[in-house]
Design a protein around this ligand. Sequence first.
Ligand SMILES: CCCCCCCC/C=C\CCCCCCCC(=O)N[C@@H](CO)[C@H](O)/C=C/CCCCCCCCCCCCC
Ligand SMILES: O=c1ccn([C@@H]2O[C@H](COP(=O)(O)OP(=O)(O)O[C@H]3OC[C@@H](O)[C@H](O)[C@H]3O)[C@@H](O)[C@H]2O)c(=O)[nH]1
Length: 393
Amino acid sequence: MTPLWYFLFGLSIFFMIFWSGKWVVHLLAIVYAKYRLHRKAQLLPLETGYPGVTILKPLMGADPNLFSNLETFFTMNYPLYEIHFCIEDESDPAIMVAKRLQGKYPSIVSKIFTGGSNVGVNPKINNMYEGYKASNHPLILISDSGIRMKEDTLLDMVNHLKDNIALVHQMPFTCDRTGFAGTLEKVYFGTAQARIYLAADLLNINCHTGMSTLVRKHLIDEAGGLEAYSCYLAEDFFLAKSMIDRGWKITVSSQPAWQNSGICEVQFFQARLRRWVKLRVAMLPLTLLFEPLSECLVLGACTAWAVYFLFNWDPILFCLVHTLVWFFCDWILLSIIQNTTLPFNKFDFVIGWVVREACSPYQFLKALLSPNIKWRSRTYKLKWGGVAEECKV
Ligand SMILES: CCCCCCCC/C=C\CCCCCCCC(=O)N[C@@H](CO)[C@H](O)/C=C/CCCCCCCCCCCCC
Ligand SMILES: O=c1ccn([C@@H]2O[C@H](COP(=O)(O)OP(=O)(O)O[C@H]3OC[C@@H](O)[C@H](O)[C@H]3O)[C@@H](O)[C@H]2O)c(=O)[nH]1
């Protein structure tokens, strides 16, 4: 036995253990999704009454779905809330959209804050800052521009905010949209991302993505206000981390976040996922190893080699069975998360799934090879740890 043999033996054991762990994650995600998601929210008579919520809507630009997405915030079944539209640029067309909605729903309290602030690097925080300062309620809902709400979504989120919970977030998912990009997005958010998101929630690991987050305002203030997170681009991750560090819990609500941005293009989607990869790598460097390895094809190939090395099993057959079972687990998970008929047939799912799986390792590499981060109109550089710096041209 040479040192090389020992090294290869160790490596193959590592692949086998990681592979087995990944199947546990598959199983946990499916069972947890079934048990946790799509529970009916009820307006219960609470002794203390329902707490008021300030909804912060950071807007930048108007897409074709903006009006109808924002309208869903005016038709929610929740007793006490206000909407603060935050729009940095005073000539932004989103202002007109917000004003039209204010005219249509005069009974809902809403205000528009323009101009933004400059409290740090994160442009979403700079944009929301004035709206946050003017908030009048103990709960804050940070809600990105492309999110749609159902009538009972806010109620569902508040119902999940038990006494030991600081923050309730919605697992990212998408509305039914036509075209290949719509399929690709739904497949990604309903399989690869949902699996990790659900397993992380179950195991109390911080996986918070801040597109729709209900949080206790006094806990943000205790940490120094929203500006305390403005040195990071991934303010969502650090917001949740600061709650967990203080002994609080975070949890997902039973409804996923229905993203419905009017821009639904493959290029745009891939660029967004690459931006998120860069955030994760800077915040959690172990991602560099574990993320590519947890991809179906990469893990299948590595483990096929391991079982060939250890047991002399046929690696091709192993890979085929591995991929097929993974594919079926993904179909089951996606169907549970969708909870209604999917907007595409099984053939479209196969195409979307294969493209997603095949492109993902390449997109990961591409993200590593261009470390600067372009987010909307600005470019940033990230330091290890996640602190960001804007690149001025
Ligand atoms: C034995 C199996 C181990 C599995 C290792 C998994 C490695 C991670 C693989 C894929 C990452 C998926 C990422 C999930 C969603 C993150 C979306 C995102 O990037 N959002 C950012 C922008 O809003 C946000 O700032 C970052 C949020 C937190 C990211 C944390 C990711 C690490 C999660 C690791 C969870 C492991 C759970 C499995 C436990 C066995
Ligand atoms: O310069 C900007 C960029 C973005 N935003 C707002 O921030 C929200 C999220 O922006 P995008 O939709 O471009 O980005 P993402 O969906 O990738 O955001 C997600 O990932 C990065 C995290 O920091 C965010 O909290 C999370 O929502 C939108 O409401 C957008 O209007 C600004 O207000 N200013």
